[in-house]
Design a protein. Structure first.
Length: 125
C-alpha cells in the first residue's frame, strides 16, 4: 500500500509562529535579567568606591592622637574623583570612647556611603 501523496511531514506555519514567539519571550526575559545583573554590579562598584573613601577617612581619625568633637565637612581627592567627606565625632557615656560617623558623597548619585565606628582615647579628656 502506498502512502497518501497529499500528506507531507513537518510543521505548520502556525506551529512555527508559536515556537518563534515563545523563543522571543524567553530571549527577552534573559536579556532583562542580564541587564539587571549589570546594573547591580555597577551599583555595588560605586558603593564600594565610596566605602573605601570612608574607610580611609576613618583610619585618619583613628590614627590621629587627639580628636576634636563636632562635625566637619571637607573635600577629598581619591581614585581620581572629588569626594565630600563629613565627619561627626561625638562623646559617648564612657569618657574614654568617642563615636565616629563618616558620610561620603561622590560625583555619582550611587557613590554614597556611611560608616560608623568608635575611637578609644588613650586618656579621658
Amino acid at each position: 500500500m502506498r502512502a497518501n501523496p497529499d500528506y507531507q511531514s513537518g510543521f505548520t506555519l502556525l506551529e512555527v509562529l508559536v515556537a518563534t514567539a515563545i523563543l522571543g519571550l524567553i530571549s527577552l526575559a534573559a536579556l532583562k535579567l542580564a541587564g539587571a545583573g549589570v546594573d547591580t554590579a555597577r551599583h555595588m562598584a560605586a558603593k564600594n568606591r565610596a566605602m573605601i573613601v570612608a574607610e580611609n577617612a576613618l583610619v585618619d581619625i583613628l590614627l590621629s592622637p587627639g580628636q576634636t568633637r563636632g562635625t566637619t565637612t571637607q573635600a577629598a581627592q581619591n581614585m581620581g574623583k572629588r569626594w565630600q567627606v563629613t565627619q561627626r565625632i561625638s562623646p559617648t557615656p564612657d569618657a574614654r570612647v568617642l563615636q565616629v560617623e563618616i558620610e561620603v558623597s561622590g560625583p555619582g548619585a550611587l557613590e554614597q556611603a556611611t560608616l560608623k565606628s568608635f575611637k578609644v582615647l588613650s586618656s579621658a579628656k
